[in-house]
Design a protein around this ligand. Structure first.
Ligand code: HEM
Length: 408
């Protein structure tokens, strides 16, 4: 396990061509196949060059409207639920929101809500099974494993056919609504006789990479805001300065304090809490104290952003939620010393800017429309480190509307 900044830089940046994603990722292959998240070498580069343009800063503007629409829809659902006076499970709402955003921006917003819900439920089932396989499988009785396996295969197949159907809905010509699908489709078709599966893996990889991560980041940020009234007031003050209809990808970046809240949540609760690589050869890597660490081919190198982000080497009071640190020292390029929530180097998250934008928009609208508090503020919420870092229990909160507009 590496915790040293120089060593991490060496593995992920300087010598990244000597590493591949580790064997711990093998259980994800059923779901993500040879899409961008798991592919390596030339195949990864080809997919990266094709997908990266869709995540460039200049491409963000058209996504903003979809993000606002999905955020307002989430707030409307919560407003209706809040009328009953009952608490709301925010984590669930966040999952629904981020899935709708990624479907609506890159894929097909015409998909009905019940289909999205079915997809979300099955994706949850498949990911939970994969998590069990990675972390707990040997402890489960065999009969139980088989039962889970059957339901897993059924859910997996259904997710695949959901994506396949979505892809089939687009004609080969430029007439398709989603430029993302048409670009991927054309490129896969030109080079692979099995292009259907490759295309499905590519789309599934973006859907999965962009869904739970952002949902967990949003949930943790809202949880910390609810626990820290002074921080929440300051964030709300900033949110109230901007009209939702005027938010764009440029001025969203000027919401310095709200973005600091997001970065600080990502520091304390990095959704991708562990990253691992297998070395392709024996070699040495430097560590900060001037010595070298010898890496052997049969080892796996693990970096744990959760502990790295809480290291006293890089942060004062590392356990304390203090967004001000990101106001005083802003992060450039989504990573820095002691901070790699989006990874670093060639395989850094392609959706980092997209994610910060969707979280900013959701928080602005939520802060403008609701006051919120935890059902049981004294109860700690333990992070559950599975594929992503989720809160162990439902984060249930009371939401009360501040004003009756729809936030637009
Ligand atoms: C707060 C939200 C997010 C976090 C914390 C996050 C984190 C990460 C991390 C740590 C990696 C690198 C993993 C590794 O090196 O092993 C990664 C890769 C990736 N992420 Fe994200 N991500 C987020 C949101 C998104 C979104 C919204 C999208 C797309 C809509 C996305 C798409 C991707 C893709 C395509 C990759 C693979 C990049 C490659 O291998 O070249 N992510 N993400």
């Amino acid at each position: 396990m590496l915790e040293d900044n120089d060593a991490i830089k060496c593995v992920f940046i300087n010598k990244n061509n000597l590493y591949i994603k580790s064997k711990f990722h093998k259980d994800l292959h059923d779901l993500l196949g040879n899409g961008i998240f798991l592919s390596e070498g030339e195949e990864w580069k080809r997919q990266h060059d094709m997908i990266a343009p869709f995540f460039q800063h200049t491409r963000m503007e058209p996504y903003v409207n979809e993000m606002k629409t999905c955020a307002v829809a989430m707030m409307d659902r919560m407003a209706t639920q809040s009328l009953s006076g009952k608490p709301i499970s925010f984590a669930e709402e966040a999952m629904r929101f981020t899935l709708e955003v990624v479907l609506g921006t890159f894929l097909d917003s015409r998909i009905g809500l019940d289909q999205t819900e079915g997809f979300r439920e099955r994706l949850g089932r498949v990911l939970r099974t994969i998590e069990r396989r990675i972390w707990q499988w040997p402890n489960l009785p065999l009969g139980f494993q088989r039962l889970i396996d059957r339901s897993y295969s059924k859910s997996l197949r259904s997710l695949q056919s959901f994506v396949e159907t979505m892809v089939m809905a687009y004609p080969d010509d430029e007439g398709g609504r989603s430029e993302f699908i048409s670009t991927l489709r054309k490129s896969s078709h030109d080079r692979d006789s099995n292009f259907g599966n490759l295309l499905r893996d590519q789309i599934m990889s973006v859907l999965v990479a962009g869904h739970e991560t952002s949902a967990n980041a949003l949930t943790w940020a809202v949880f910390e805001l609810a626990r820290n009234p002074a921080i929440c007031d300051r964030a709300r003050e900033e949110a109230d300065q901007i009209e939702v209809r005027n938010i764009n990808s440029e001025n969203a970046r000027e919401l310095i304090y709200i973005q600091a809240v997001i970065y600080e949540s990502l520091r304390l609760y990095p959704p991708v809490w562990t990253m691992s690589r297998d070395p392709l050869s024996n070699h040495d890597i430097p560590i900060g104290d001037g010595t070298k660490l010898s890496i052997r081919k049969n080892q796996t190198v693990v970096v744990c952003p959760y502990t790295y982000h809480r290291s006293r080497l890089y942060w004062d009071d590392p356990e304390v939620f203090k967004p001000e640190r990101f106001v005083e020292k802003p992060i450039r390029g989504f990573s820095g010393e002691g901070f790699i929530p989006f990874g670093t180097g060639a395989r850094i998250c392609l959706g980092a800017e997209f994610a910060i934008l969707e979280l900013t928009i959701a928080l602005v609208i939520m802060l403008q429309r609701f006051e919120f508090r935890l059902v049981d503020p004294g109860r700690p919420i333990t992070p559950e480190p599975l594929i992503t870092l989720r809160p162990q229990e439902n984060v249930c909160m009371y939401f009360k509307q501040r004003r009756g507009d729809d936030g637009q």
